[in-house]
Each structure stands twice: as C-alpha cells, then as structure tokens.
Design a protein around this ligand. Structure first.
Ligand code: VGL
Ligand code: ZN
Length: 203
C-alpha cells in the first residue's frame, strides 16, 4: 500500500513567507492533482516555539543562513519561521486539505531542529510516523513538498532507513539551494530511493 507524505507546505515556505523556497508554490498543483491516487495522505507541519534555537535571532551577532554548532552538530541558522500559532505556520489553503488524514508537527523542542518527518535532527526522538505507517499497512512512501533539499530530503532518507520503499517526486518538490539539491539527490540514489515525476503515476 502506498502513502503520500506532503512535507511542510506552509505559508512561511511559500513566496512572501519568512523563509520562502524559490517557486515553492509550484508544488501545490502537482500535489493536489495526485492526492487521490493515494489511499493515505499524511502531511507535516514545521511547528517551532518562539525563540527556537534554529533561528538566527536566538544567537547574538549571527545572521540567517550562517552555520553554527548546536548540540554537537552543524546547524544552519534560519530566519524566524513557522512559529506555533502564526499565519506563516499554517498549511496553505491552496493545498487540498480533505485528503490529509494525519498531520505530524515537528520542531517543537526549543533546542533541537527537526527536518525529517520521522526524527529530530539528533535522531533521538521519533515522531511515531514509521509505526503509524506500518500499522496502516504502508509499504511505499512517496515524498513531496518543501524544501526538496531539507525537510523533504531528510524525510525520504529516514523513510528508506525505516524500511519503506521510497519514491521522491521531483516535480512535487522545490529546493532552497540548487547545489544542495544535487547533493541530496545523489545521497538518495545511493540509498535506492527512486527519483520520479508525478507523470509516473498516470498509468
Ligand atoms: C525547513 C529549514 C528549516 C524545511 C524547515 O521545511 O525544509 N527548512 N525548517
Ligand atoms: Zn524549521
């Protein structure tokens, strides 16, 4: 059984948002069109408390997109985004909502970032999504959403590691950085993740 994982299609990642992904809005019609092809659709929502340690504003003298060490690993600092309860944290109303059966909120620990739908960035705390998908009989996870080189990428990698067969919808994602996206695709291919387009669902 296959499931569609729709990652972080939130106003802050769309044009005009706090951390806009270039052309991020173009993923929405692609996702809307394919949702009905999946018996299960799960979405994620980046959901940070105010003052989250992934925000540049939480670190004196640091700017967004600089890298620091946090909890013993590199952390890119971001503009404040997806703050719990704000407009920017809302899943876009342009995305069809009625097929979404579960929304996983992530990044809620004030000190730890969480790109993947499955784990925090320290890989310590699972979200429970792997168990949920297994219990629902899912064997294939198809990934779309934002950003293609961050949350969609890390979610795909963790889905593969959890034993699912993973399909990464290239036309259903957009990256923050083209170079980062090329590296991400290389890493996914090495893990046997299949890079596909939505047209491959047409038959
Ligand atoms: C994301 C950076 C920070 C994403 C979330 O959804 O890809 N990127 N938080
Ligand atoms: Zn975030």
């Amino acid at each position: 059984m296959r499931a569609l994982l729709v990652v972080d299609v939130q106003y802050d990642f769309l044009p005009g948002g706090a951390l806009p992904v270039p052309h991020g809005d173009l993923v929405i019609p692609v996702i809307n069109k394919i949702m009905d092809r999946f018996p299960l659709v799960v979405a994620t929502q980046d959901w940070h408390p105010k003052g989250h340690l992934s925000f540049a504003s939480s670190h004196e003298g640091k700017d967004a997109f600089q890298s620091i060490h946090l909890n013993g690993q590199p952390q890119t600092l971001w503009p404040d985004h997806c703050v719990q309860g704000t407009e920017g944290a809302m899943i876009s109303n342009e995305l069809r909502q009625e097929p979404i059966q579960l929304i996983i909120r992530k990044g809620t620990d004030p000190k730890v970032d969480s790109y993947s739908a499955f784990f925090d960035n320290l890989k310590i705390r699972p979200t429970g999504l792997a168990g949920y998908l297994r219990e629902r009989g899912v064997t294939e996870v198809w990934v779309a959403g934002l950003a293609g080189d961050y949350c969609a990428f890390y979610s795909a990698m963790d889905a593969a590691e959890a034993g699912f067969s993973v399909f990464f919808l290239e036309d259903g994602v957009r990256p923050i950085s083209p170079e980062g996206f090329e590296r991400a695709k290389e890493a996914m291919i090495q893990r046997w993740i299949k890079i596909v387009t939505s047209s491959q669902l047409d038959h």
